[in-house]
Design a binder for this molecule. Structure first.
Ligand code: PGA
Length: 264
């Protein structure tokens, strides 16, 4: 029997919540959210909160993700955190988020090394890609998406590609609290097609069909359904709205209810 594709709802808490606040918020969410086979909920708190939350969390209900890490095993890298130090706390790791690319000037090579290091550690990388407002204006969306996929995945073999999740996050649509314009479903449909086409070129058609593609950028409870109903969008990466329990729980309910035509 065919099983519907799993939806991923990823909460990126960014640099919000002290560890105490994060723990209280997790407690609040855990009382309101039932585990579901259809929806995988993943929470990405600050690195400092990963260890205590990993002791608190019910892993059948939520998985944890790292927002960032450094790809080398250990050594003289002041201020960085290695996967060996957080392995065991997390099942997922966000890689190449636009705030890392553009605020912290993370290079394409570092992003590729992080994707590869996560796979080596049995942690699922969520590779974020997406065009900037300027690239969009100049008609370079397709090139930006292809280039970021090619470079971000260049260390990933055909055997391992199914361990990667792609998040399409147009940079101009991220952070609704900074007046970003939410993306229209039509833009996302186009991007999802481009991504699968490029993955097909790199790894073959079957893999391109199977890979999970999420959308992220100013998603809230009013827009979530429109994005989740897009054929080929397998979930959401949520920033601001994930910090508000009512918003986040409402989005999860929507995700559980969405009819998904695509099967494995
Ligand atoms: P946002 O953030 O939902 O606040 O736009 C999304 C993200 O940066 O992943």
């Amino acid at each position: 029997m065919d099983t519907p594709r799993k939806k991923y709802i990823i909460a990126n808490w960014k640099m919000n919540f002290t560890t105490g606040e994060a723990s209280l918020y997790l407690d609040k969410l855990s009382k309101r959210i039932q585990p579901s086979r259809k929806v995988q909920v993943v929470l990405a708190p600050s690195t400092i909160s990963l260890q205590p939350l990993s002791l608190q969390v019910n892993r059948r209900q939520f998985k944890l993700a790292a927002q960032n890490f450094y790809w080398r095993e250990y050594g003289a890298y002041t201020g960085e955190v290695a996967l060996s130090q957080i392995r065991g706390f997390v099942d997922y790791a966000i890689v190449g988020h636009s705030e890392r690319r553009y605020v912290f000037n993370e290079s394409e090579e570092d992003i590729a090394q992080k994707v590869a290091a996560a796979i080596r550690s049995n942690i699922t990388p969520i590779l974020c890609i997406g065009e900037t407002a300027l690239e969009r204006k100049d008609g370079e969306t397709a090139a930006a998406i292809s280039n970021q996929l090619t470079s971000g995945l260049h260390e990933v073999s055909k055997e391992d590609i199914s361990k990667v999740i792609i998040a399409y996050e147009p940079v101009w649509a991220i952070s609704s609290n900074k007046n970003a314009k939410p993306a229209e479903p039509i833009d996302i449909i186009e991007a999802e097609r481009l991504i699968r086409k490029h993955i097909a070129k790199l790894y073959g058609k079957d893999i391109a069909e199977e890979i999970s593609i999420l959308y992220g950028g100013s998603v809230n409870k009013d827009t979530a359904a429109g994005y989740l109903e897009i054929d080929g969008i397998d979930g959401l990466l949520i920033g601001s709205a994930s910090l508000i329990a009512d918003q986040f729980c409402a989005i999860l309910e929507i995700a559980k209810g969405v009819k998904n035509e695509r099967q494995y």
